[in-house]
Design a protein around this ligand. Structure first.
Ligand code: 2SA
Ligand code: MG
Length: 425
């Protein structure tokens, strides 16, 4: 089996956690390559629910190596908390089953405060972020002033680095009437938390190279989704990292040849959490019903997710920009019992038919979806484990989706339980 990268093909929350867990059985190493503790991956194993934000989903499986790559932004306090939480469920996180890239960037309280301040401000574009400091941390990385994981190992230069960071942040804080900060307490806090992080630190690129040489299989676990990609998504309503599969290489240090199959996780309808355009959004009772049946609440923040019909235009675009080889269609069972089901097959903008989502913010806001209506099905697809168990109308729906998005459905997921998965031949 080739190395697989799992990415979301919509706006996140497509059910990546379950599929990564399903695939991790066949993998040796599970790697996260972007994002931070803004992700929310829910795993249900033998009736126990695990909610992971930062740790790779492989962590709950014995004998797997989990890796946080250089493309990840790491809040050391959130990390320690998640390690403790998962330990309370009987999962030990040790330097044997987890490695953290030396060159990953840290999220500090200043980043969280800036994120919170911007989201609460009356002016500017509100993004609806998770307020975890993700965006400000990536800004500092690109601005070449970030504190990196490896800096925790060198307390003697930490003060200079933090002072450099504060030169930027205090100017911002002055402008926003936040109190200015001194380096001392931040350095002390970092020194205090360092022992929780340092045992895991490694040159991850080298660990992955060795894994490749040994013929081990690597699973790359994406967070968020293609439409939240900082380049290819609905900018500026995006997260601050590249979420496409190409980032699996850059965000872990393996080179593009290491990624064999790109699996795009795709929900059978659409959801989005946070602000920004959403052409197929339903604010009526149908949207309400999708949200209730699908338990559409943010894993990290508990926010209610916006819901709507499947948008084939958007997913087709995600398949192209993300290089998705095949998709895993999830939560088909949420559509059980609808009399009819709609699928968006093209867009109309200013009276013109359009076959893709244009990049402009104004054009994106003006999109009207054009729908095709399909017959629904009365029988339950929940828990189906074979193609033959699906009602004819559900099979027709899956085939239609496949045709519209121009990519094959490789897997079908019919409940949160990992075994309720149909492998398509
Ligand atoms: P941020 O915090 O800077 O990354 O937010 C920017 C945008 O990215 C969206 N975003 C997400 N969308 C869906 N799921 C995410 N993870 C959690 C989950 C979210 C939660 O799995 O449920 O619990 O609310 C996630 N992370 C970031 C975010 O909504 C903004 O639109
Ligand atoms: Mg999620």
């Amino acid at each position: 089996m080739a190395n697989v990268a799992v990415v979301g093909s919509q706006w996140g929350d497509e059910g990546k956690g379950k599929i990564v867990d399903w695939l991790s059985e066949r993998a040796d190493v599970v790697v996260r390559f972007q994002g931070g503790h803004n992700a929310g991956h829910t795993l249900v194993i033998d009736g126990v629910t695990y909610k992971l934000s930062l740790l790779p989903s492989g962590i709950v499986r014995k004998g797997k190596l989990s890796i946080l790559g250089n493309g990840v932004v790491l809040d050391p306090w959130a990390f320690a908390k998640e390690v403790d939480e998962i330990a309370s469920k009987g999962v030990a996180v040790t330097p044997d089953n987890l490695k953290i890239a030396e060159n990953a960037v840290l999220i500090l309280p200043v980043h969280r405060e800036l994120d919170e301040m911007r989201e609460g401000a009356n002016s500017g574009v509100k993004i609806g972020t998770t307020k975890r400091g993700i965006g400000p941390a990536y800004e500092d990385k690109a601005g070449r002033r970030a504190i990196r994981v490896i800096d925790l190992a060198d307390p003697s230069t930490l003060t200079i680095k933090v002072e450099g960071l504060l030169a930027h942040h205090n100017a911002l804080r002055r402008g926003n009437r936040l109190e200015e900060l001194e380096a001392g307490p931040i350095v002390e806090a970092l020194k205090e938390i360092a022992p929780r992080v340092l045992p895991f630190v490694a040159p991850v690129w080298n660990v992955l190279d060795e894994a490749k040489r040994k013929g081990q299989r690597i699973l790359f676990e994406g967070a968020q989704g293609t439409m939240l990609d900082v380049d290819h998504g609905t900018y500026p309503f995006v997260t601050s990292s590249n979420t496409v599969a190409g980032q699996a290489a850059g965000g872990s240090g393996v080179g593009p040849g290491a990624i064999g199959f790109v699996l795009g996780i795709t929900k059978a309808y659409t959801t989005r959490v946070g602000e920004g355009p959403f052409p197929t959004e339903l604010t009526d009772e149908v949207g309400q019903r999708l949200g209730e049946r699908g338990h559409e609440f943010g894993t990290v923040t508990g926010r209610k997710r916006r819901c709507g019909w499947f948008d084939a235009v958007m997913v087709r675009q995600a398949i192209k920009t993300g290089g998705i080889t095949g998709i895993a269609l999830t939560k088909l069972d949420v559509l059980d019992g609808f009399d009819e089901i709609k699928v968006c097959t093209s867009y109309e903008i200013d009276g013109k038919l359009v076959d893709h989502l244009p990049a402009g913010m104004d054009a994106q806001a003006k999109v009207t979806p054009i729908y095709e209506t399909l017959e629904g099905w009365k029988d339950s697809t929940q828990g189906a484990r074979s193609w033959a168990q699906l009602p004819a109308a559900a099979v027709k729906y899956v085939r239609y989706v496949e045709e519209l998005i121009e990519a094959p459905v490789a897997l079908l997921s019919t409940s949160p339980e990992r075994d309720d998965t149909i492998l398509m031949k």
